[in-house]
Design a protein around this ligand. Structure first.
Ligand code: HEC
Length: 167
């Protein structure tokens, strides 16, 4: 390597290391912020949807006939059914996805407006990282039956409590 190239490399490295030091400083100054800076929560909900969900649910939320339910004009209805808010996170496609709790909350809060804004209740409270963390701990294995139960009974949300569905 010619001497000038070595000099340039060393200078560049020195420059880079100070950038790294500054970034680490920012990250460690606030541990919570450092945790949140996970790459999936930095991606847009649309990108996460494209990466993790649209293979089954399709880009326009149309689903796959008889196999994957459509989101379009449907998905937000669950928010007005008792147990629906919980079901939406406990369903395996959501609870078992590799997305972090924060990225999942952001994705779901986006998804309702993206695919079914009309059925989002006026008093809708966005999911939080903590709520997703709690709910996904009790992922359901019998999603089909629970889905049928919720849609055939359509018990309105009357309380502000969470209804944990048992697996
Ligand atoms: C392997 C295919 C597949 C993938 C990937 C997938 N899902 Fe699903 N999803 C399903 C199926 C099938 C159902 C119906 C319930 C069940 O049987 O699990 C469902 C149900 C849902 C429901 C409940 C809606 C309803 O009408 O029952 C939501 C919300 C949902 N998925 C969101 C997501 C999100 C968000 C992602 C990406 C992070 C995702 N899914 C990834 C197949 C998938």
């Amino acid at each position: 390597m010619p001497i000038w190239a070595r000099v340039r490399t060393r200078k560049a490295l020195r420059g880079m290391s100070s950038v790294v030091v500054v970034l680490l400083g920012i990250a460690f100054a606030n541990p919570a912020a450092a945790k949140e800076a996970r790459s999936d929560a930095m991606r847009s909900p649309l990108s996460n949807y494209m990466l993790m969900c649209q293979g089954c649910h399709s880009p326009k939320g149309a689903g796959l006939r008889d196999q994957v339910p459509a989101f379009r004009d449907e998905v937000s209805k669950f928010l007005s059914i008792n147990g629906g808010r919980e079901y939406l996170i406990q369903v395996p496609g959501v609870s078992k996805s590799p997305l972090s709790d924060q990225a999942t909350a952001d994705l779901m809060n986006w998804l309702f407006f993206q695919f079914d804004a009309t059925h989002v209740p006026d008093n809708f409270e966005p999911y939080t990282e903590e709520e997703v963390a709690q709910l996904r701990k009790s992922s359901i294995s019998n999603a089909t039956q629970i889905r049928e139960y919720l849609l055939s009974n359509k018990i309105p949300v009357t309380r502000n409590e969470q209804t944990y569905l048992s697996p």
